[in-house]
Design a protein around this ligand. Structure first.
Ligand code: C5P
Length: 247
């Protein structure tokens, strides 16, 4: 049996690569999500539970996966008055989740989340600019600066408020790394292996390019969850990440 103690160099590189991948469990039921986790784990150990699954009983699954030793990323994308964000974050810390997202639009929201996590190991990620939005979508919101500038602006708010990292598209990962060095963990959705559908994502890149640009972790949903063979699709992505890390 392969254990962390008897991993060969290739196995260790693959385990590191698998640890960089969050699979987005964007599914309509806890049963379907649990079945996918069982199919993918190992080698995948990190799973993201987002809005669809949260409203289909995903909070109980988050608790269950965390108790079973998985790394749980609760993508709740909090944005509310400070008191509510603080108390919601406190509840989420109690689930055993490892990561939580908060919209990084203002300091009041972000500092409330920092208060809410208290001394727990919950890591807070600020959502900068959603990866499906482009310049035109931002101007519709009254935001006249281009996506990249807004990502950097909101990342600064997140860092100053005490967050651990940000969510941004792979296209901004390089600028984030250059500006903030290693002081922020960079997590990128909008990742599409070559030959897969972009779907509704706008600012996309391949796993290779995301890692080369400096992303710490990649969030990938449909290229795995909608594949004919999800473990095979995940395996190919892990190999691609391992290769990119080795370069
Ligand atoms: O299926 P796909 O790979 O596009 O899934 C991306 C996941 O990342 C989804 O769960 C989506 O909600 C999430 N996400 C995103 N862009 C952000 C923040 C989160 O796509 N800025």
């Amino acid at each position: 049996m392969t254990t962390p103690e008897n991993l060969g160099p290739g196995d260790a590189a693959r385990a590191d690569a698998a640890g960089r991948l969050f699979v987005a469990l964007d599914l309509a039921s806890v049963d379907a999500a649990r079945a996918l986790v069982e199919q993918l784990s190992p080698p995948i150990t990190s799973f993201k539970i987002g809005l669809e699954l949260i409203y289909a009983g995903g909070i109980d699954l988050a608790r269950e996966l965390a108790a079973g030793g998985h790394e749980v990323f609760l993508d709740a994308k909090l944005l509310d008055i400070g008191n509510t964000v603080e108390r919601a974050t406190d509840q989420i810390a109690g689930l055993g989740a490892r990561y939580l997202t908060i919209h990084a639009t203002d300091t009041k929201t972000l500092t409330a989340a920092v208060r809410g996590r208290g001394a727990s190991p919950l890591r807070l990620l600020g959502v900068t600019v959603m990866t499906n939005l482009d310049f035109r979508d931002l101007s519709e919101q009254g935001v006249t600066r281009p996506p990249r500038e807004m990502v950097l602006h909101r990342a600064r708010l997140a860092l100053d408020a005490g967050l651990d990292g940000v969510i941004a598209s792979p296209q901004e990962a390089g600028a984030l790394r250059e500006t903030f060095g290693t002081s922020l963990e960079i997590v990128t959705p909008g990742v599409r292996p070559a030959g897969t559908q972009a779907g509704d994502q706008s600012r996309t890149a391949t796993p290779t390019d995301a890692i080369a640009a400096g992303a710490d972790k990649l969030v990938i949903g449909r290229p795995i969850t909608a594949a004919d063979d999800p473990p095979a699709a995940a395996g190919k992505i892990i190999d691609e990440i391992a290769l990119a890390l080795a370069r």
